[in-house]
Design a binder for this molecule. Structure first.
Ligand code: SAM
Length: 252
């Protein structure tokens, strides 16, 4: 089993990754980012939706949202979040490696470092090709992850996240000459420690842009955060977006 298929990992670390504070931040991002200034009725695929932190506010803005995730536990959390918020989101259990709905979407989102999980580089490119196929002509793919240059700014500093009843220590190790990153997590709670280790690809902006282009995307741009700041020394994340050629643009 690959680490990303381990449902226990997502459940155990949910409090760190999908906290109420992050949910509130995401609601602000969806309200303010030019990326999400989408006309009502825009068809959005939230690929690797997790507990619907983006899907809920997007549906609240009138988008027709489908959330895809591999984890039944995350989809159940997404369902509960949609119910609590009173919004409709179509939720589908599927693997991003194989999920394709030809021409069905105006926007495909893959956010919060949900990309680069597959050990084979070709499989990660395949996810981009799947997204291209699932987009209508003129539709856009947006990927948000930690860029190589951003990670280089804080690598080597272990991070400590305090929880109500414990804490998490996160340590990063760079592998294969900056090709991949392994993050070791230790969750200490109630006198027990739970270890997890995740390894994923780390891309520079130029590398991810080239992958978008090789998958057929045009007008590929790189940004340093959801406010679409440049990807430079002030970048906090790596956001890459590209358009499936052949139609009117879906977003500004
Ligand atoms: C880091 S979380 C991000 C979730 C969400 N995008 C967010 O912003 O909170 C990654 C999500 O990807 C899902 N996932 C992992 N591997 C997957 C795969 N091969 N196909 C679909 N979903 C996957 C996990 O279950 C998890 O919910």
């Amino acid at each position: 089993m690959q680490w990303y298929e381990d449902e226990g990992f997502w459940v155990d670390y949910a409090e760190v990754m999908f906290s109420a504070a992050r949910r509130d931040r995401v609601a602000g991002i969806v309200a303010e980012s030019p990326l999400f200034d989408l006309p009502s009725g825009t068809r959005v695929l939230d690929l690797c939706c997790g507990p619907a932190l983006f899907a809920v506010p997007l549906a609240g803005r009138g988008c027709a949202v489908t959330g895809v995730d591999l984890s039944p536990a995350m989809l159940e959390r997404a369902r509960a979040a949609c119910e609590a918020a009173g919004v409709e989101v179509r939720l589908v259990r599927a693997d991003m490696l194989t999920h394709v709905e030809p021409g069905a979407y105006d926007v495909v989102l893959n956010v919060f470092t949900s990309f680069g999980y597959f050990p084979s580089p070709e499989d990660n490119v395949r996810v981009l090709r799947n997204a291209w196929e699932s987009l209508a002509p003129g539709g856009r793919l947006v990927i948000d992850m930690m860029g190589k240059e951003v990670v280089a700014g804080w690598i080597g500093r272990p991070q400590l996240v305090e929880l109500d009843d414990g804490y998490v220590v996160q340590r990063d190790t760079i592998l294969d000459d900056w090709t991949r990153i392994r993050t070791d997590w230790t969750l200490v709670r109630g006198g027990t420690a739970r270890e997890a280790s995740i390894t994923s690809y780390l891309y520079s902006a130029a590398e991810l842009r080239a992958m978008f282009e090789s998958a057929g995307f045009a007008d590929v741009t790189c940004h340093g955060d959801f406010d679409l700041r440049p990807y430079d020394l002030g970048a906090r994340r790596l956001i890459v977006r590209g358009t499936r050629p052949g139609g009117a643009e879906a977003t500004r």
